[in-house]
Design a binder for this molecule. Sequence first.
Ligand code: MBD
Ligand code: FE
Length: 282
Amino acid sequence: MTTESQATAAASGAGATARFRENKHVEGATSQERVNALASRLVKAVNDIVTDEKVTYDEYNAFKSWLISVGETGEWPLFLDVWVEHSVEEVANANRHGSKGTIEGPYYIPDAPVQQSPATLPMREDEPGTPLLFQGEVRNVAGEPLPGALIEIWHADDLGFYSQFAPGLPEWNLRGSITADEQGKFQINTIQPAPYQIPTDGACGALISAAGWHAWRPAHIHLKVSAAEHQLITTQLYFEGDKHIADDIASAVKPELVLAPTGRADGAGREVTYDFILDPRD
Ligand code: MBD
Ligand code: FE
């Protein structure tokens, strides 16, 4: 039997690349003027590094070989989301007044099964990990509740693997779309995810080890929260005390996004409350 621990960088990279191509439509996203301006700056930045650092032919060829392997292992989505997306997100959401967003990352799948709050995420019988009750309210910036708001949630399991990107996991494991109640409140039962390690056997892992970096993201829950007439927010929530809160390899932690769950009175795991504030659509 194939289990999630046998996940390979190439298989999860191929999955993430296929998902990206299906979900993101990029034709006509920008004009010739912008392509000229942005591509010219990118090329110049690379040439400046070569000149300043006196890059050798051996280094140039190592770089070329590495870029080829990023494509071969399907790791462009992983590479870009880990090292570039955070600044794109900062620019995109600079003018919001509601809850903080952060990066989407490579493992979102749209159209997870819809459930009404209170809900339990799809999970295996005896899903490993500490049970977590995640609850809260969705409001607008004026403090009014948003009944029927949609909370899309996805996260890794207790070994740090995502369903549909590692073998042996049920299709929608730890993924769901939950509608808030008439007061905009939601209650979601799940388990606490484990920290995520960038696959060590792919191109991103090779870069990390060649550079002497670490490969970790702190444990996190991904969310997309939306309501009619409001801007969708893509975010992540983290856990206080996590070893990599201060040095996330993906630079996606913000202090407002760190949860401090408490033990439940009934002893059944932990619980935490977090409210989402959505900006109006412009
Ligand atoms: C993840 O789980 C993730 O959230 C990001 C941003 C990059 C790689 C793996
Ligand atoms: Fe993630």
